[in-house]
Design a protein around this ligand. Sequence first.
Ligand code: UD1
Length: 418
Amino acid sequence: MMEYFAVEGGHPLEGSVTIHGAKNSALPILAAALLADGESVIHNCPALTDCAAALEILRCLGCRVRREGTTVTVDTTCRREHVIPDGLMGRMRASVLFLGALLARDRAAAACWPGGCALGARPIDLHIRAFQALGAQVRSWNGQLSLQAPRLAGRRLALPIPSVGATENAMLAACGAQGVTVIDNPAREPEIVDLQGFLRCLGARVTGAGSDRITVEGGHRLHPGEYTVMADRIVTATYLCAVAAAGGEGELRGAQASHLAPVISALKGAGCAIGGQKGRLWIRRKGPLGGVGALRTGPYPAFPTDAQPLLAAALAGGGGKSRITETIFDHRFRYVQGLAEMGACIQVRGDTAAIVGRPLRGAWVEATDLRGGAALTVAALAAQGESRIGGLEHIDRGYEALDRDLRALGGWVWRKQE
Ligand code: UD1
């Protein structure tokens, strides 16, 4: 049975939606729950297939896991296993975060190489170098990985690039290392700050997340904790771009404007009015959508790579010119094919997409990755006529129910089966 979104485009939006918890916070936080003895409670954990995979990994490691609505309870009391099954490791990239947590807890971890969105080569050399620097022996053969560390000792780590996952893994492993670990040039994404918040609520001594140096004083026994995951900033960006694309106005409840400064300023530059106070954001577009000129993605606080396809999708149906340069991932323009089928004028040369906005028409297209799939749905809201977006398994990795939320915003989007 094939599932797809049926979208009837060309109608301005009007509505209000609540932003669900952040996938990229919830996943490292679920891995971090392994560090505490006993039952931790995590609120606002979004019901996504990636989170379901993380909960399954925890179960396979021997944890008792319960979900009630968006609250997840992880009880590590009976946990023994330190091998992550291949099927789960291959399902998503973030499963690699369990390695740092297992290393801190058990001094050992084993798994195959991680899966994830097909955005190009996604090595984990920086993760492995951080583990080795803290004292782990890493063996790799036939796509399998084995980590052993009779002893982990804190030390100074300098990341050559501010990798999000490597920063998180270094923080997790450092919690189990005796002494002080200093991580220089860490990623500064809000999700790193959220992970620090959870670790501190377990009693870990971590400071500096969000700055250019994180310090972890490791080796302390951690207790269970209760924590609320922050709102998803890329989901927020998705709905901002949806209103920018289709026109009209929308209210995003629970959204954190401060996490999205470059996205908000790009959309304002293209002609949207955006405002709000703590925990609430609104966007309005009454006139035409212009271009944004030249824009580059980059590590936080620069324009997020995950929002790049979403903004491009909105701009493709607007009336201006834009040039977007992708600096993080090699294969992040795969969604352009789908937009072209909707009539978009986008030329990709190397790492840069040149967009000349013009009216789009509905088409049958296929999501090839998570944000690319959401971007096609955003474009379909602006396109005249009906679109079908297939490949929903990619979209379900990061959105609880993209169709439900877009309907709450006034869009005509329905999940259908054939
Ligand atoms: C995380 C996010 C993802 C987002 C990305 C960049 C999660 C679960 N996923 O992914 O949604 O798009 O940050 O904001 O949080 N790199 C290496 N070696 C490594 C690790 C990374 O060369 O060991 C490179 C990558 O190939 C990429 C760049 O570093 O070019 C950034 O990747 P990274 O920040 O690690 O992204 P992820 O943690 O995989």
